[in-house]
Design a protein around this ligand. Structure first.
Ligand code: SAM
Length: 294
């Protein structure tokens, strides 16, 4: 056997695995049997908040020891955890809810583990942004996640300006007490008509998904204080490519007429010949229009 291959076999058998385990975002049943098995069998669970996760462990009768690994101690803690992995222990990383590293701690530990040559294996599961996108009814073939917007108005407005021409569907996490301010800023910067889906309390008793133009959505939230509680994701429709003034209205008319009769690829090629625009750009535009009109 080749020397480096031998070494690889030795390393994967000699060292432990870091399992990155998604936990529920509300409904406790949203955890996979495999995730429970891993949480039961590892030597140690690194949790964002051990007290918070104790409830989950108790619910499923899991007695594995836990240690705190959060934003404030992750770098130091990471070194010690990697030493245990190198010594052969399997570990699991969890956060308070959903998928670790997604607006949650874990990045430094995963990075340190990978740099040390430790196997890192994901156990996929709940993630609020993916759950919101999957039910929002906005184009999902390409999308962007912006994490939390800045908490202060000035920073938030700057970020919104930078996102105004984004043509993909994009998502942000927002704290309930800032939801209304955020929608008002969006209304001003993205325009009252841009569609936004508010996905609130997903998988929980008061789960709500509401899709409306921003101004309407903001009025609805203003009029119902219950909507300003709980956890939420905002899914924002991308700017239409026509809005971001990349092609003329005439080109769009040609493309739309051809799309009525022909498959996307042919329509884009012919539209490019007729209008002199780039074929690739029209192809992408044709795909976007297909999903928006669907
Ligand atoms: N790691 C998590 C994930 O995979 O989604 C996200 C953690 S982040 C600190 C918490 C934010 O996620 C909340 O402020 C909210 O924006 C969103 N979130 C979490 N659970 C949610 C739920 N059940 N419904 C809607 N949004 C949720």
């Amino acid at each position: 056997m080749h020397h480096s291959l031998l070494l690889g076999v030795f390393m994967t058998t000699g060292t432990g695995t870091l399992f990155v385990v998604a936990t529920p975002i509300g409904n406790l049943q949203d955890i996979s049997p495999r995730a429970l098995e891993v949480l039961r069998s590892v030597a140690l669970i690194a949790a964002e908040d051990t007290r918070h996760s104790a409830r989950l462990m108790q619910h499923f009768g899991i007695g594995t020891p836990m240690t705190a690994c959060h934003d404030h101690n992750e770098r130091d803690k990471g070194e010690r955890l990697v030493a245990r992995l190198l010594a052969g222990d399997d570990l699991a990383l969890i956060s308070d809810a959903g998928t670790p590293l997604i607006s949650d701690p874990g990045y430094h530990l995963v990075r340190q583990a990978r740099e040390a040559g430790v196997r890192v294996s994901p156990l996929p599961g709940a993630c609020a942004l993916i759950a919101a996108l999957s039910a929002a009814g906005l184009p999902s073939d390409r999308f962007a996640f912006e994490g939390f917007l800045p908490a202060k108005s000035h920073g938030r407005r700057q970020r919104l300006q930078a996102l105004a021409d984004e043509s993909r569907t994009w998502m942000v996490y927002e704290a309930p007490h800032r939801l209304l301010e955020c929608l008002d800023d969006m209304c001003e910067i993205l325009g009252a008509e841009r569609r936004v889906v508010l996905a609130r309390e997903l998988t929980k008793t008061f789960e709500t998904l509401r899709s409306a133009p921003i101004a309407e959505l903001a009025d609805w939230v203003r009029g119902d204080s219950d909507q300003q509680r709980g956890e939420c994701v905002l899914v924002v429709e991308g700017a239409s490519v026509a809005e971001s003034e990349e092609v003329s209205g005439e080109t769009l008319r040609v493309l739309d007429a051809l799309l009525q009769e022909l498959p996307v690829k042919q329509a884009a090629r012919l539209a490019a010949q007729i209008t002199g625009e780039r074929k690739n750009q029209l192809y992408q535009l044709a795909l976007d229009r297909g999903t928006k009109n669907a």
